[in-house]
Design a protein around this ligand. Structure first.
Ligand SMILES: Nc1ncnc2c1ncn2[C@@H]1O[C@H](COP(=O)(O)OP(=O)(O)OP(=O)(O)O)[C@@H](O)[C@H]1O
Ligand SMILES: [Mg+2]
Length: 276
């Protein structure tokens, strides 16, 4: 870690609090006869960045969907602040929860017929009841934050994938959420636009926004996370600070997954001998 990185890590305003902002306890979820989550325990404290890594189909997106109440587990507790998510019924309660929890997906799902600015203003005015002036002011400062102030009047179709994803992040922030969930937000992007999106997330983490990241970008997860969970087949195999999980994994499953994913990434970066 160089001096700048060490400054970034230590300068983050982490709020120490005993109760976690998000807590999943013994969460079980099945689709029909298929067990997808088989006893998940996860904690996220205010101001923390927590990553969930693991093979495809291991349940990572399902965990995020449970946190927003999009899926209801058959067993277990899910809490976001004082809200017992597993007991919520009815759209009104769920909408109130989703105002507090931002969710950014691989597919940005912007409204194609609205400009970038309008995409950011619509939910704060219609759902949160903010005035148009206030919502527009917020939207413009968020666009500055994601380095897209100059594209406020563009339509999503006129932007690159990476730019659309940054608009999607700004749109989630426009609701002033307590935490944001990111589900593979760079997987559908061209490699050259991935960096700009990661920079935006890195900034949010540094400012102390509580973030849960499902990602295949292992090096990024290692760099920005306070804590990392490794999932396999609906279970948490192990979790810990990134320096431990990435450098000294305790379980063979974690070790072989990391070798496979980081090995592939390293191989992709290697310059073929024929190019010399
Ligand atoms: N609506 C659904 N109906 C039935 N099975 C589902 C549904 N959603 C997910 N699954 C199954 O649940 C398992 C976990 O899916 P999930 O999307 O959580 O995995 P993941 O870890 O996010 O994978 P990936 O890295 O590919 O995104 C998979 O086997 C998937 O096929
Ligand atoms: Mg997924």
């Amino acid at each position: 870690m160089n001096a700048t990185e060490s400054f970034i890590k230590t300068s983050k305003p982490v709020v120490v609090s005993t109760a976690p902002l998000v807590q999943l306890r013994d969460v079980h979820l099945a689709f029909g006869a298929t067990d997808v989550l088989r006893g998940i325990d996860v904690e996220v404290h205010r101001g923390q960045a927590v990553s969930i890594i693991g093979p495809s189909g291991s349940g990572k997106s399902t965990i995020l969907r449970c946190i927003t109440g999009l899926l209801r587990p058959q067993r277990g507790d899910i809490r976001v602040g004082d809200t017992a998510v597993h007991t919520l019924r009815g759209e009104v309660e769920l909408i109130a929860l989703r105002r507090r929890v931002g969710f950014v997906f691989q597919q940005y799902n912007l409204f194609p017929h609205l400009t970038v600015l309008q995409n950011l203003v619509i939910a704060p005015t219609r759902v949160a009841g903010r005035s148009k002036t206030e919502a527009e002011q917020d939207a413009r400062s968020l666009l500055e934050k994601v380095k897209l102030a100059h594209r406020a009047d563009a339509y999503p179709g006129e932007l690159s994938g990476g730019q659309q994803q940054r608009v999607a992040i700004a749109r989630a922030l426009a609701m002033r959420p307590q935490l944001i969930l990111f589900d593979e937000v760079t997987s559908a992007l061209d490699p050259e636009t991935v960096g700009d999106v990661l920079t935006v997330i890195r900034e949010l983490v540094r400012e102390g926004m509580t973030c849960v990241l499902v990602t295949h970008e292992m090096r990024f997860a290692e760099e920005v996370s306070d804590h990392v969970y490794f999932t396999e087949a609906g279970r948490i195999v192990e979790h810990g600070p990134p320096a431990e999980l990435f450098n000294r994994p305790r379980h063979e499953r974690t070790r072989s997954f990391l070798q496979r994913t980081l090995g592939t990434a390293a191989a992709a970066l290697r310059v073929p001998a024929s190019s010399f």
